[in-house]
Write a protein that binds this ligand. Structure first.
Ligand code: COA
Length: 260
């Protein structure tokens, strides 16, 4: 896949997306959002891809936010369109992907950058990372799902505080608040992401996709996640992965999941 603002590699079922605008601290302009959207759709359609890692290029930033220079003169309608298009084409897409997505936060994850990381299925960070939703310091509010996903992840009171104060928190603080699962030195960040991806990829990709759907349904209005779990659980019994997983267990060998 050839893009101008991102790099995509695939090795042994593991895809890595690197946002590659280091001079602009990997800020999300609309071209980058479009490219990310295309990359995620393409990787989701590729049955050989079992896990995706997303990170930022350089040592300073994951993503320092939406590109402020692009929306500085926007009208109300243009602002709304920017948020709607971004949410629908990228942030919601990632959250609902059936392929697991790990955000490897290698530096600043601010505004749209933290919102991007929060749309991923889980996050790990390097010890130099700083996270926050500073939008109100610019006179706007988070527009890529931040007001919804931050309270889901860290609770309403702390989310209110972080958004109102526009404060940046350290990686360690982010871990205390369960915004990220692990904090490691920067040179260990991608190896850790790859190790976690390796553990994921040993399991049934079909079952993992079903688990993602069931977990996500917990957070959707008017949808009973327990019911989703019951139906997805039942559906698992007719997959080839289930046959292989249970047979391998009974034969005391490691499973070799066909992924269907
Ligand atoms: N949008 C557009 N450009 C951005 C950007 C953003 N969100 N964040 C950083 N950049 C650009 C800077 O304008 C600068 O470009 P230039 O060299 O052409 O002037 C370059 O990236 C480097 O950033 P700089 O501010 O010089 O780095 P720094 O180390 O002094 O500060 C930050 C780093 C992250 C604290 C600072 O860049 C910042 O506050 N960025 C905006 C964060 C934000 O508010 N994000 C939410 C947007 S809704």
């Amino acid at each position: 896949m050839n893009f101008e603002n991102i790099l995509v590699t695939i090795t042994d079922g593991l895809a890595k997306i690197t946002i590659n605008r280091p001079k602009k601290l990997n800020a999300l302009n609309s071209a980058t959002i479009n490219e990310l959207s295309t990359a995620f759709e393409t990787l989701e359609d590729n049955i050989a891809v079992k896990t995706i890692i997303i990170t930022g290029s350089g040592e300073k930033a994951f993503v320092a936010g939406a590109d402020i220079s692009e929306f500085a003169n926007f009208t109300t309608e243009e602002g709304e369109k920017l948020a709607r298009l971004g949410q629908e084409s990228l942030f919601d897409l990632i959250e609902n992907l059936s392929t697991p997505v790990i955000a490897a936060i290698n530096g600043f994850a601010l505004g749209g950058g933290l919102e991007l990381a929060m749309a991923c299925h889980f996050r790990i960070a390097s010890d130099n990372a700083k996270m926050g939703l500073p939008e109100v310091s610019l006179g706007v509010i988070p527009g890529y799902g931040g007001t919804q996903r931050l309270p889901q992840l860290i609770g309403k009171g702390k989310a209110m505080e972080l958004i109102m104060t526009a404060t940046m928190i350290s990686a360690d603080e982010a871990k205390q608040w369960r915004l990220v699962n692990y904090v490691v030195p920067q040179n260990e960040l991608l190896p850790l992401a790859e190790k976690l991806a390796g553990k994921i990829m040993r399991n049934s990709s079909v079952a993992i996709s079903a688990a993602i759907r069931a977990i996500n349904d917990n957070f959707k209005d008017g949808i009973n996640g327990f019911e989703t779990e019951i139906v997805e659980f039942g559906d698992s019994f007719s997959t080839d992965d289930f046959k292989e997983g249970t047979t391998a267990f009974l034969e005391k060998r490691k499973p070799n999941f066909p992924g269907k």
